[in-house]
Design a protein around this ligand. Structure first.
Ligand SMILES: [Zn+2]
Ligand SMILES: [Zn+2]
Length: 119
């Protein structure tokens, strides 16, 4: 294989002879790598896009916080949903009130009946 055979860099679209290819990969500012820990894409040769341990940990923490917030949001939505579904609870409450009135009236009537009999 010819060592001058040009290889096109997929990041910067520049054609580089094969013999300089590994060198270009180490220098290309547009080469993008994905971090194994936080799965963020970064440019290892770009000074402004360096992925230090602190940047990585911060990214992981933000992802964790985002996931936790999502989970809390889901739990809140679930709670809201269950509160909305608890109309059955207020229905039972309403029935209780109706029964209470019904039976109290009945018992009043019962009381009045017993009163009239006791007269
Ligand atoms: Zn390149
Ligand atoms: Zn990372």
């Amino acid at each position: 294989m010819c060592e001058y055979k040009p290889i096109k860099c997929s990041a910067c679209q520049l054609e580089t002879p094969q013999k300089n290819w590994s060198e270009h990969q180490g220098q290309c500012q547009l080469t993008v790598k994905t971090c194994e820990n936080c799965h963020i894409a970064y440019k290892p040769n770009d000074i402004h896009s360096q992925h230090s341990e602190i940047v990585c940990l911060r990214e992981q923490f933000q992802q964790y916080r985002f996931a936790a917030q999502n989970e809390i949001g889901e739990l809140r939505a679930e709670l809201r949903q269950s509160q909305r579904n608890s109309y059955s609870f207020s229905f039972i409450k309403m029935l209780n009130i109706i029964f209470h009135f019904y039976f109290s009236r009945k018992s009043n009537r019962f009381v009045s009946i017993t009163r009239s009999y006791s007269r």
